[in-house]
Ligand binder design. Structure first.
Ligand code: ATR
Length: 284
């Protein structure tokens, strides 16, 4: 626990990092909960990651958020790996307990909280299509399957990767892989976890995957979610949301791990949505 007037030091490490909203989010949480923190985004060179982490904690740093491309290395460094991070093989939150590095992954809980609490979504009994098979998908599969969907289908540009993921998670629920061009029948949820939008691309998906009830969600936010959003809207989706809420919710879960207080996310999310224009589009 922090002393009332001591400033605790936090960082988010990644490369690139200039775009990160984490400092703004964590500072807002801190001011709302009366915590005195310093939280800065720091770009780290590939070769230096482990040294930067070790140096940060050696100098009294309290907690780190880790983003692309270092989440796996953060997981590998930790002495104590919490179950969500172990399952994902990746960590986005680090801190120390009794001088030993602890790692957790709050991405999955962030997605779930956004879908269930902010968007009033129901995943239980639903048919879910997840696009992608990278680290981002690995981080969300367990929490999604815990919601007991009727079916969770993975589709990815490289089919073998989604097959491998489906195998790895098969004991947790009804997860299967399907080649992109063989996908059919409408889904209740379509979650885009590919990095395609970063290059202005999008998967060439068959039509018929969306009906008037389908809810679409891109784990990217802002302009990066544009191609998926355009596709979902053209196909007649019920709602399309970007990952801004997930970003805020994963930060709240990390804040809780560090400070033992769960911050209220509604105001922070609204402020960010105002900054970015409207991040969610409800069509009916
Ligand atoms: P992350 O850890 O953020 O998930 P990643 O492991 O590099 O990042 O995974 C990126 C995902 O986006 C992969 O599923 C990738 O597909 P491949 O497995 O075929 O590489 C997908 N992806 C990236 N660029 C894409 C594009 N232009 N079109 C379709 N899928 C793409």
């Amino acid at each position: 626990m922090n002393q009332a007037n001591t400033v605790s030091v936090f960082r988010v490490l990644g490369n690139p990092i200039a775009h990160s909203k984490s400092p703004e989010i964590h500072r807002s949480f801190a001011s709302a909960t009366g915590k005195h923190i310093e939280y800065i985004a720091q770009q780290v060179d590939d070769i230096n990651f482990e040294a930067v982490v070790a140096d940060f904690f050696a100098h009294g740093g309290k907690g780190l958020n880790i983003t692309v491309p270092f989440k796996q290395r953060a997981h590998d460094m930790a002495i104590h790996v919490r179950p969500a991070a172990r399952r994902a093989g990746a960590a986005n939150t680090l801190w120390q307990e009794q001088g030993q590095l602890v790692a957790d992954n709050t991405d999955g809980i962030g997605l779930l909280r956004d879908i269930r609490q902010n968007l009033n979504g129901i995943l239980q009994g639903s048919r879910i299509l997840v696009l992608g098979a990278g680290g981002a998908v690995r981080g969300i599969l367990q929490p999604l399957l815990e919601q007991q969907p009727q079916q969770l289908v993975l589709a990815n540009r490289t089919h073998q990767k989604s097959q491998k993921l489906a195998q790895d998670f098969s004991e947790l629920g009804p997860v299967s892989a399907c080649e992109v061009n063989r996908l059919k029948a409408p889904f209740d949820w379509i979650i885009n976890a590919t990095a395609a939008s970063l290059t202005g691309d999008f998967l060439d998906l068959p039509s018929g995957l969306i009906n008037y009830k389908t809810r679409c969600y891109d784990m990217m936010y802002g302009d990066k979610a544009m191609n998926f959003r355009r596709w979902a809207l053209t196909q007649g989706a019920s709602t399309v949301n970007d990952g801004m809420g997930m970003l805020v919710e994963q930060a709240a879960a990390a804040f809780y791990l560090w400070h033992n207080i769960y911050p209220d996310t509604a105001k922070v999310l609204m402020d960010l949505q105002l900054q970015f224009g409207c991040s969610s589009k409800h069509l009916n």
